[in-house]
Design a binder for this molecule. Structure first.
Ligand code: SF4
Length: 505
C-alpha cells in the first residue's frame, strides 16, 4: 500500500453520525457497485446525506471507458477542493475503474483526496476512510485481483421493485477497444446456488424484477472460482430456467450477452420460461467482418443476424437492442455501409451508438488508421438517422396493443407537466401512461393500451385496463429499501436505466 500525507481530521471522530454521498459514473456494473458501497458505509455507521446537503464523505465511483472520462472526473473532484480546505473533516474517496488505472497518480493530480481504492477491493472502503482519518494520511489500496465476490458485501439498493444480481465479474475476452479486461480482470462466476438464494431473498422482500448482470453474462458457467462447482456451458440457460421456478418473480432480464457465445439453449430457455422477459440487448459493435476481426470479436455479421432470426422465431415480440461503435480505426465507407446493412436487417428497437474515441491503455488506441473526427461524426449521424426511423416504425407498430407495465419512478422528464407516469413494458420499452383516476404507485403493475409512439418511448393515454397493487408498491410507498446483511443476503434495488458504455460485449 502506498500513502501520502496531508492534513486530515480529528482521529477521535468515528463514522457514527457522519453522512455520505456516492457519485456514480459509467455502466450498470458501477451502479450496482455503488449500491454495495452505500451498504458498506451504512453498515459501518454512516448515513446517506439528504438530497442537496453537503456530505461528510463523498465517494466517486469512476469509469475509465470513455476517452475524456479522466478530465471530467478530475474536474469534478477539483470542485470539492475548496470545501475540503475549509472543512478538513470531510473526506473524499475515489474508487472504480479510473482509480484502478491511475492508482497513486491520482493523488498527484488531486492531493486533497483521502482514499483511493480499486475495483477488486471495494469492501476495504470503510477501513480505508477510518485509517485515513486516524493516520492523517491519504490511503491508496489497489488489489490486483478479486478478494471476495462483491455480492457477499452488504448493499443499500435504490428501490423496492427491481434489483441487479451479479452472476459474474470480469471478462476473458480481449476486444481491442475495451479497457474492462485490464481493469476488472478475468471472469469469475458466482455459484448458482448463491445467485438463486439472493434472487429468492429479494423476491421474499417484494422484488418483482431481477436483472442478471455480467460483463459477458452468457459465458457464465466456465469460470467458477470454486473447484467444487462443475464447469458447465449450459449453466446460463439452466440459471434462467431456475429463475422461472421462483414464485413471485415476475420479470427476469440479463445484460449483456456476447454474440460469439450465444447458444440456442439460451433462446429455448428464454422462450420456455414465462418470467424471462422477451428482451435481448446484444452488442453488435460493427456490421463489417473486417472491423469485427480488428476489434478481436470472434463472431461475424451473418452469425449475429442468425441469432436474431432464431430469437424472433422463438419469441416473435422480442425487443432487440444493441451497442454500435462508429469510426473504429481503419473503418472504410464500405465497412460502415456493412454496419448500416446489418442495422436495417436486424430492425433493432433501439441502439446505443458511440463514436469511437481512443481509450488509453487499449490496443485499438495504438492502431493505424485512426479516423478524422468529422468522418466519424458524419457516419454517426447517418447511423442515427437510419436507427431512429427503425425505432420509430417498430414502436408505431405497437399502437393499439395492450402492454403490461411495471410502474417506475422518475423515468419521464415531462411526466409532471403531462400528468403521465412511466413504466417499463415486459419487453423493456419505456411507456408514459395516463393513470386517470387510479392511484398508481411505483412498483405496482398495470395493463393499458398503447396510443402513441416516438423513437424512444411509447405513449398510453387510454384508460388503465387492469391495476394490481403489489408488495413492491407497498415497500416503495413506505420508503423501504431492504438491505443485505453482509452474508451474501441481498437487498432490494431498482436497476436505474443506464446507457450502456460501449464496453459491454
Ligand atoms: S467489450 Fe465486453 S466482451 Fe469485449 S473485452 Fe470488453 S467486457 Fe469483454
Amino acid at each position: 500500500m502506498l500513502t501520502q500525507g496531508h492534513d486530515a481530521d480529528d482521529p477521535s471522530r468515528s463514522a457514527a453520525g457522519r453522512t455520505y454521498q456516492v457519485r456514480t459514473y459509467g455502466c450498470q456494473m458501477n451502479v450496482h457497485d455503488s449500491e454495495r458501497l452505500a451498504g458498506l458505509l451504512e453498515a459501518a455507521g454512516y448515513r446517506r446525506a439528504a438530497e442537496g446537503a453537503d456530505a461528510d464523505v463523498v465517494v466517486f465511483n469512476t469509469c475509465a471507458v470513455r476517452e475524456n472520462a479522466d478530465n471530467k472526473l478530475y474536474g469534478n473532484i477539483s470542485h470539492l477542493a475548496p470545501r475540503k480546505q475549509s472543512d478538513p473533516d470531510m473526506q473524499i474517496a475515489v474508487g472504480g475503474c479510473l482509480a484502478q488505472k491511475d492508482r497513486e497518480n491520482l493523488l498527484k493530480k488531486a492531493p486533497w483526496v483521502d482514499v483511493v481504492f480499486g475495483t477488486h477491493n471495494i469492501g476495504s472502503l470503510p477501513a480505508l476512510l477510518e485509517r485515513a482519518r486516524h493516520n492523517r494520511e491519504a490511503q491508496v489500496e489497489i488489489a490486483e485481483s478479486l478478494r471476495e465476490f462483491p455480492s457477499t458485501l452488504p448493499a443499500a439498493r435504490e428501490s423496492a421493485y427491481a434489483a441487479w444480481v451479479s452472476i459474474s465479474v470480469g471478462c476473458n475476452n480481449t476486444c481491442t477497444f475495451c479497457i474492462v479486461p485490464a481493469l476488472r480482470g478475468r471472469e469469475v462466476d458466482r455459484r448458482p446456488a448463491d445467485i438463486l438464494a439472493e434472487v429468492r431473498s429479494l423476491v421474499d422482500q417484494g422484488v418483482l424484477e431481477v436483472t442478471l448482470l455480467g460483463q459477458n453474462v452468457n459465458a457464465y458457467g466456465v469460470s467458477f472460482a470454486d473447484e467444487d462447482v462443475p464447469r458447465d456451458r449450459g449453466a446460463f440457460a439452466a440459471l434462467l430456467r431456475s429463475c422461472g421456478d421462483i414464485d413471485g418473480l415476475e420479470r427476469v432480464r440479463f445484460t449483456s450477452p456476447h454474440p460469439a457465445e450465444f447458444t440456442d439453449d439460451v433462446i429455448e430457455a428464454m422462450a420456455q420460461t414465462p418470467n424471462v422477459c422477451p428482451a435481448l440487448h446484444m452488442p453488435l459493435q460493427s456490421g463489417s467482418d473486417r472491423v469485427l476481426r480488428a476489434m478481436r470479436r470472434s463472431y461475424r455479421a451473418e452469425k449475429y443476424l442468425g441469432i436474431i432470426d432464431r430469437v424472433r422465431a422463438a419469441m416473435p415480440n422480442a425487443a432487440i437492442t444493441t451497442d454500435i461503435i462508429v469510426g473504429f480505426p481503419g473503418e472504410t465507407d464500405a465497412d460502415f455501409e456493412a454496419t448500416l446493412d446489418v442495422v436495417r436487417a436486424a430492425r433493432f428497437s433501439a441502439a446505443f451508438t458511440f463514436q469511437y474515441s481512443k481509450r488509453p491503455g487499449t490496443p485499438a488506441a495504438e492502431l493505424d488508421g485512426q479516423l478524422p473526427k468529422e468522418v466519424v461524426q458524419e457516419r454517426y449521424l447517418r447511423l442515427l438517422e437510419v436507427q431512429e426511423q427503425i425505432s420509430w416504425e417498430e414502436n408505431a407498430a405497437l399502437i393499439g396493443t395492450q402492454v403490461e407495465l411495471l410502474v417506475a419512478t422518475g423515468e419521464g422528464r415531462k411526466d409532471a407537466s403531462t400528468a403521465r407516469m412511466s413504466g417499463r413494458a415486459r419487453d423493456g420499452r419505456l411507456v408514459h401512461f395516463t393513470p386517470g383516476d387510479t392511484e398508481v404507485r411505483p412498483g405496482d403493475v398495470l395493463t393499458t393500451t398503447v396510443t402513441g409512439a416516438a423513437p424512444h418511448h411509447l405513449i398510453a393515454d387510454a384508460p388503465v385496463l387492469d391495476y394490481r397493487r403489489t408488495r413492491a408498491g407497498d415497500a416503495h410507498a413506505a420508503g423501504q429499501r431492504p438491505r443485505t446483511t453482509g452474508l451474501g443476503l441481498p437487498t432490494v434495488g431498482r436497476p436505474v436505466t443506464v446507457e450502456p458504455t460501449g464496453c459491454g460485449q
